[in-house]
Design a protein around this ligand. Structure first.
Ligand code: CP
Length: 312
């Protein structure tokens, strides 16, 4: 594996979840694998879980870690080729990626979409530029259209907590005051399509995800119908894909409540807005797996770094 940028790269997701749970049972089993290796984690956007769990994963493998808030602490990076750089950007990605590659054996990149230009966001111009100009493996820490480490985490968590051979998993859109990307939802859909689960999506009209990603997965516009017999309910907000980057008016109440999901496990990638996305009664109950999902972020990242280190 040269880079890790998509859940599509995982052929046998079940097997990966098993390997991750083995790492969880014995996190220091490969504590010398990354000795004298360094990972640089570059954040163009905020993060709590990804920033800390990926460092923890690297430390469990014996690696050194650098973390940088690129948008605040580095020179402004130019991504366009042939630009006359007399504006706000001071350093081209060609130099930046080459230089960082001299200091790091693996580079992680978090770069959210601007949600203004669908084709630019879908081109993943920041992630692909790092892949093009760096000389070391690049790991996505969430890009414009995907959050593969989160989706791997979510698959691990479902396999860890399911008591059924084929559980029913529902991805539900939930309200949010801001326009949010599709990355987490996209990668979660792709992950569920690879697991042996009954998977459905529920979202209001006008909020269907990219149809190339949802493909044959059933989409319900009635949340109650979708939640029937659910074992896992995964809540996430995303802005409109069809009316790209916009927030449409939604009249019904889509917040997750106990009455709606009954005894299903509740999942969320966090951070979550209480009593907007989900009611306290759910998040504070034992049916919420949100904290355990965050714990599993470490082992998802550790598995990916382990595989990259084994290939270097
Ligand atoms: N779930 C997730 O990626 O969390 P952070 O944005 O805090 O990293």
């Amino acid at each position: 594996m040269k880079h890790f940028s998509s859940i599509d790269q995982i052929r046998d997701l079940n097997q990966w979840t098993k390997e991750a749970l083995e790492l969880k049972a014995n996190p220091l089993a490969f504590k010398n694998l990354g000795k004298n290796k360094t990972i640089g984690l570059l954040f163009f956007n905020s993060s709590l879980r990804t920033r800390l769990s990926t460092q923890k994963a690297a430390l469990n493998l014996g690696m050194n870690t650098f973390v940088m808030n690129v948008s605040e602490d580095a020179w402004g990076i130019e991504f366009e080729d042939g630009t006359i750089m007399n504006g706000t950007t001071a350093e081209h990605i060609k130099e930046a990626a080459a230089v960082i590659s001299q200091y790091c054996d693996i580079i992680g990149i978090r770069a959210f979409p601007k949600l203004e230009d669908k084709s630019k966001d879908e081109s993943e111009h920041i992630l692909t530029a790092f892949q093009k100009y760096a000389t070391v493996p690049i790991v996505s820490l969430e890009s414009s259209t995907g959050h593969p480490l989160q989706a791997l985490t979510d698959a691990i968590t479902i396999n860890e907590f399911t008591t059924k051979k084929k559980p029913k998993v529902v991805l539900s859109w939930a309200p949010h005051p801001k326009k949010l990307p599709h990355a987490v939802a996209n990668s979660f859909v792709k992950a569920m399509q690879k697991l042996d689960v009954e998977f459905v999506i529920t979202n209001p009209e006008g909020y269907n995800l990219n149809p190339e990603i949802t493909a044959e997965t059933p989409i319900f516009h009635n949340q109650e119908d979708a939640f029937k017999d659910a074992d896992f309910v995964y809540a996430k907000n995303w802005c409109s894909y069809e009316n790209y980057g916009e927030i449409n008016d939604v009249e019904e109440d889509w917040m997750i409540t106990k009455e709606k999901i009954k005894d299903a496990h509740f999942m969320h990638c966090l951070p979550v807005r209480r009593n907007v996305v989900v009611a306290d009664e759910v998040l504070d109950s034992e049916q919420s797996l949100a904290i355990e999902q965050s714990n599993n972020r470490t082992y998802a990242a550790q598995l990916v770094l382990k595989k990259l280190l084994e290939d270097v």
